[in-house]
Design a binder for this molecule. Structure first.
Ligand SMILES: [Fe+2]
Length: 183
């Protein structure tokens, strides 16, 4: 299994836009936090998050997103990791969303955008200023960060983390990598 640093090095070979890289670091941080709460492997879950959009700048769109990732990651990570990455685009890959890791990746991918938006509306534009209660309020406000799919975030209940606890954990996870995110 790859370490966090190895996963980042690999991603940087295929992803050059800083915002894309930050998004993957953020999703990794959320996954790590969830793993710790669920008794799963935090290193592995973080690596899944860091790698999940590795082909984002290479694919032509949603139809081949994660298919290129599968090729890039073959023999580098195990099938569970590749499966989770492919399942986060399940509408196109047809890979079933049937494990905790897969569901966690979908929810983490969605929540990271909400949390970035929540930080950017703070006077300091810093994550440290975002409180769990205000994140929950922003989640409920349909107008706020409309692109961040609430439908995908509520999947958290399906892997054993009720929504408000999920939002709080995700925020905590991202605060731990705030420097890397520049937030
Ligand atoms: Fe993503």
């Amino acid at each position: 299994m790859l370490t966090r640093d190895e996963a980042l090095t690999l991603v940087k070979r295929h992803v050059s836009e800083e915002n894309n890289l930050k998004h993957m670091i953020a999703v990794g941080a959320v996954m790590k936090e969830l793993a710790a709460r669920l008794g799963e492997d935090p290193v592995k879950w973080e690596v899944v998050g860091i790698l999940h959009d590795i082909d984002f700048e290479r694919c032509t769109g949603l139809t081949d997103h994660t298919l290129i990732a599968r090729e890039l990651l073959k023999g580098v990570v195990d099938d569970e990791v590749v499966g989770a990455i492919m399942a986060h685009n399940w509408e196109n890959t047809g890979v079933a969303l049937d494990t905790r890791m897969k569901k966690a990746l979908v929810a983490s991918d969605a929540v990271s955008g909400l949390i970035v938006a929540a930080a950017l509306v703070m006077p300091s534009k810093k994550l440290a200023e975002v409180k769990p209660e205000s994140l929950i309020k922003k989640y409920k406000s349909k107008e706020f960060a409309r692109g961040a799919s609430r439908e995908r975030m509520v999947i958290s209940a399906e892997f054993g983390v009720p929504l408000e606890e999920f939002l709080t954990a995700a925020l905590e996870g991202m605060k731990k990598v705030a420097d890397e995110l520049g937030l």
